[in-house]
Each structure stands twice: as structure tokens, then as C-alpha cells.
Design a protein around this ligand. Structure first.
Ligand code: ZN
Length: 432
């Protein structure tokens, strides 16, 4: 009797019991959500401490103030000015206005591969070009400025009269490569170049220890007040990691330029270890508790936590064989590099322009952007390396090296190496 009664109580009050359950669950999920958010902020803070501070910070600040955008564009082979404006999402009408104005000065539309052009864009709709700076030579630039609320542009020639200097710096790495290099007044763009050169070989999150050190010899362009306004190539770089040295020399030929070790071997590898800048390795290859499914599962990739929208690079030259939705992996890309290696990039927020099945990509080119699509707890890149159809650990993988200089090239490289070493001693002696 009692039993039946209590059953009836439950039956009669079922809706109240259910409501209580919903409230309890709701409260728990809000708490869980807050904890999740906190860990996200922590993640972004950690990324900001990274060597690539500037780049990450820039992405974040850009997204905070979307009205004006300042973009420095490097012209790629085969591009014309209209292509570039299209890539910057400028409307047909506005492109016509800009090109009509620029064609008054014929030389401006004759752009060349590698030329730098700076755009100031007002993104209040529709997007308007406010100012374009054409860097003609190291010392000359032309600034084209829009007259307020008009479709007319003024052109002004700027001569910077810069002097080329060779600078040598060396330092112990105290907190991070970035912090130590900034202390030595090394331009931030150059620090990023330095990190990129070593990016194939060194994991800046794990391989750098306290009191490791670096040396750098680079070209700097200064005005008559000895302020560095621009920089050129890194002629020599060295990283000393726990007593082991990694010296690299800049060598340029008619067709290519790159950094080589003392034996004339390029540090570039067929695949990159970390196809993303400013990221932190957040989950390695191997057994782990799945963050969503909750049970132990083999993780057959490497996760890199990075802010939403961080660009992802093609880890090697190859052909895109997939660029679409793939379920748990969200938006994902698969690249086939050769008959042995393929790579996969998952959870992307979006694909880069022009990335689709069948397209060929170059190592280091941007293929997409970090997101949290598919089965994912927060913005990160899930990266897989597939060797002969089998998923392998990208972080312990020993990869075939890049180009080795031979014959005449090797002879020229040996001379370049001596010249750079002499130049380096001269600059060091002058510093005293
Ligand atoms: Zn993963």
C-alpha cells in the first residue's frame, strides 16, 4: 500500500520532478560553460606569451576594430592590381573607381612579384580604399590618398633616403626568443622570419631552455636619425640550444634564395612539424581521454590550440584532395604531398580563398583558418600526418631534408659563407 502511494506521488508530481531535474542540469551546464570560458581565456593568454606575440595580437586587435584595416600585401607571381583588390574583397564599383584613378599614373599599375603594397581600407559597407602606399624601392614610395568623400585620389612621392647597415646582435634567451629579441631592438617582422626559418627543425615551445642563446646578422635600412625603418635579409643566424649550435647562412642565386647549414643543406623539410604560427601544442598523438566522448581513445593526430581565425599553412607542397565538411572533423582539408605522405587539417572555421579539391598548394601557403567546427571543445587545429595510408606522430617523425647545394652552387655557397663570416667579424669588431 505504502509502495503504491509513493509511486502515485511520483506519478502525480512527475512534471515537478522533471522541472527540478532540468534546473539542476541547467545550473551545472552554466558552471561548466563558465569554467570552459575561463580555460579559453587562459589559452589565449598563453598564446600571447608565445614568440609570435605580434602576429597573434594583430589578428585579435584587427577583429576588435573592424572598421579600418591596414594590410600590407606582397604581390605574387602573375597577379595584377585588379586581382589583388578582389582578394581584399573590394566591390566591382569601387575597384573601377580605384583603377581609373591609378591609370592616370601608368607606372603604378605595373606591379611586380614581391613588391609590397600597403592598403588602408574603410570596412564600413561598402568597403572603400582610403590610401595605397606603393613601395617602389627601398628608399622611394608613392602614397595615393583618397580625397574626403570623393572618388578622386592624390598622389604624393615620398623619398626616405635610407642607408643600408649590417647589424649584429646576440643574446641569451631569458623568457622567450621574442622577448629577448625585442630587448635588442630587433624588428618584430625579422623575429618572426627568424622563427620561421628554424620552424622546420625547432619547436619553440619545447626545445628552448633557459640560457640558450641566439645570434643574428641582418640588413637594416635607417634614416639619418639612425632609426630603423625597414629591414632586409637575415644573412646569418645561429641558435645555441643546450650547447648545440645551429648556424645558418643566407645564400641567393638567380633563381632562389634560402638559408643553408654549414654543409650547404637547406633546413627546409618536405613537411613542417607545426603548420601554424603562434600555436601551443595542446594534445599529442597517443592514448587520451576524449574531451567530448569522455572515454579513452587513441588520438591519431596532434592538436594545436590557437585563437580563432589564425592562418593554417600547407605543411608541404602538394595537391588538395579534400576541402569540405567531414563530420567530427568539421571543415577539413587533406593534402597529398607525394606517393608516401598526406596531411589532414581539421576543425577549420573556413577555407582560404581558392582552396578546393584538385588545387596545387605550396609549402607555407595559407589554406584555411583555425576554428572549432565538428566535434571540438574550442578553437584548435587537429593535424594529421599519414604515411603510406597509416596515421603517424608528426612530432617525432624524421623527415627527408630539403635541397643540398652541389657542384658550382656549392662552390659559390662556400665563398658566400666566408664573406658572411668576415662581414660578421667586422661588424662585431666595430661594436667593440
Ligand atoms: Zn585532435
Amino acid at each position: 500500500m505504502k509502495k503504491i502511494l509513493s509511486k502515485n506521488i511520483i506519478k502525480n508530481n512527475l512534471h515537478i520532478i522533471l522541472l527540478c531535474l532540468v534546473l539542476i542540469l541547467g545550473g551545472a551546464s552554466i558552471t561548466a560553460y563558465n569554467a570552459f570560458k575561463k580555460s579559453q581565456i587562459q589559452q589565449v593568454k598563453k598564446v600571447l606569451d608565445n614568440v609570435y606575440l605580434l602576429k597573434s595580437a594583430k589578428t585579435i586587435f584587427d577583429s576588435l576594430d573592424p572598421r579600418f584595416q591596414n594590410i600590407t600585401y606582397k604581390v605574387k607571381s602573375g597577379e595584377n592590381f585588379d586581382n589583388i583588390l578582389k582578394k581584399l574583397s573590394i566591390s566591382n564599383k569601387e575597384r573601377k573607381v580605384v583603377i581609373e584613378n591609378l591609370s592616370k599614373n601608368k607606372n603604378l599599375l605595373k606591379i611586380y612579384e614581391g613588391q609590397k603594397i600597403n592598403f588602408l581600407i574603410d570596412r564600413s559597407s561598402p568597403s572603400k580604399i582610403m590610401e595605397i602606399t606603393f613601395f617602389m624601392t627601398k628608399t622611394n614610395s608613392l602614397i595615393v590618398t583618397r580625397k574626403e568623400n570623393e572618388n578622386i585620389f592624390d598622389t604624393k612621392k615620398i623619398e626616405k633616403d635610407l642607408k643600408k647597415n649590417i647589424i649584429y646582435e646576440e643574446s641569451k634567451i631569458i623568457n622567450s626568443l621574442y622577448a629577448s629579441a625585442v630587448k635588442k631592438n630587433i624588428p618584430t617582422g625579422l623575429i618572426i622570419d627568424f622563427a620561421r626559418i628554424y620552424g622546420f627543425e625547432i619547436d619553440f615551445q619545447r626545445d628552448i631552455w633557459k640560457n640558450d642563446s641566439f645570434q643574428i646578422l641582418y640588413e637594416s635600412y635607417m634614416n639619418d636619425q639612425s632609426e630603423t625603418l625597414d629591414y632586409g635579409n637575415i644573412l646569418f643566424a645561429n641558435l645555441v640550444l643546450q650547447g648545440r649550435e645551429y648556424p645558418l647562412y643566407y645564400f641567393s642565386n638567380n633563381n632562389f634564395s634560402d638559408h643553408y647549414d654549414e654543409r650547404g643543406q637547406s633546413i627546409k623539410k618536405t613537411l613542417m612539424k607545426t603548420p601554424i604560427n603562434g600555436a601551443r601544442l595542446s594534445s599529442s598523438f597517443g592514448m587520451r581521454k576524449h574531451p567530448i566522448l569522455g572515454f579513452n581513445k587513441m588520438h591519431r593526430g596532434t592538436d594545436f590550440a590557437a585563437p580563432l581565425g589564425t592562418p593554417i599553412m600547407a605543411s608541404g607542397d602538394g595537391k588538395v584532395v579534400k576541402a569540405s565538411w567531414c563530420g567530427g572533423g568539421g571543415n577539413c582539408i587533406k593534402i597529398k604531398h607525394n606517393s608516401t605522405y598526406s596531411t589532414v587539417y581539421a576543425h577549420l572555421s573556413k577555407f582560404a580563398r581558392g582552396i578546393k579539391k584538385g588545387v596545387r598548394v605550396k609549402q607555407g601557403s595559407i589554406i584555411g583558418f583555425v576554428g572549432s567546427t565538428g566535434m571540438s571543445t574550442g578553437p584548435h587545429l587537429h593535424y594529421e600526418v599519414i604515411k603510406n595510408g597509416k596515421k603517424i606522430n608528426s612530432q617525432t617523425l624524421k623527415l627527408p631534408s630539403g635541397k643540398t647545394l652541389k657542384g658550382d652552387e656549392r662552390k659559390k655557397f662556400e665563398i658566400t659563407k666566408i664573406n658572411i663570416n668576415v662581414l660578421k667579424s667586422e661588424v662585431i669588431n666595430k661594436k667593440g
